[in-house]
Design a protein around this ligand. Sequence first.
Ligand SMILES: [Fe+2]
Length: 378
Amino acid sequence: MTKEFFGIGSHKELQKVLLQEKPRKIFLVVGKEAYEKSGVQAAFSPMLKGFEVLEFSEFEENPKIEDVQKGIAAFRSFQPDLVLACGGGSALDMAKSINALAVQEGDPLDFVLKKKEITHQSKPLVAVPTTAGTGAEATHFAVVYMGKIKYSLAHRFILPTYSIVDPQFTFSLPAKITASTGMDALAQAIESFWSNKSTEESKAYAREAILLILPNLAAAVNTPTPEARGAMSKGAHLAGKAINISFTTACHAISYPLTSYFGVPHGHAVALTLPSMILFNSEADEQSLNDSRGVVYVKKAMAELVNLFGARDGREAKEKLEQLMDEIHLERRLSRLGVRAEEDVNLIVENGFNPERVKNNPRILTIEALRLILKEIT
Ligand SMILES: [Fe+2]
């Protein structure tokens, strides 16, 4: 279980964490720009005085295995007692992967490729998000790209020991990043709600996340107030807790090639198929059902989800999502994001049809159905 601190000013809790853990050496993993601009550096620098700190920020967005390997080398020669990760999803995932893999025996690649299992617990990790999006501070998995292919490390040892979610650190986020990371949080909450692996607990987190994000995302993007930012931070954190149990589904699976081949930011990429998928899943029937809890259960869950949007049916919920994307200025057409030719669509279908993620979708998503969905938004 992660020990969680939440709220404006909660960053001060780092002091207590340091008193509790008594580290001598701290491995600080930060997204360089975010660390400074978010205000984390100014807030944490005084608290980090007196500790031996090694800062690692040599990585790009969407964590790459080469960068994880660099981090592992730095970690091993420094031998820290604690890892402090501050930044967006990439920085947090980077820290989680480095911390977990640095103490395993063997080639890090073998763990990413699932040839070997994580067996050793690593150092305590404190995760401090500077976006309201991925919820990476609340999950036991981490994304790693090898070339254009996305892999996921998953183990209970990857779950952060502490999370400090201070909405204050998101106050200076540009509108564009607020929009895409906010849609990641919303997609994670929605996908978690309809996931085959959902539980009553994950649904409670997802429900609360949706009810926080829906009325606050447009305000956080266009006319940010501390209240809207606070609601987004809380919603994103809860959505992270929800997918930590239920995992994500089709929209996430389809999104990865859009990010790696076409450079669409993660949150924007998952948002693209979200409106179509809410309609698609709300039309699940006996023949197309994927969830062992049965058609009555899925129909009821989808009706509740649609209701959370204040919509009457899947089509109206789809329209509301499209409106929201327009309000926060996220392009909805694939053709305007560089996906034009038939071969581009083939690339997405071939690489986005991850059987494990698609399997979590409550309605069977065939390649043909996915093609139709992509065609509709091209
Ligand atoms: Fe995501």
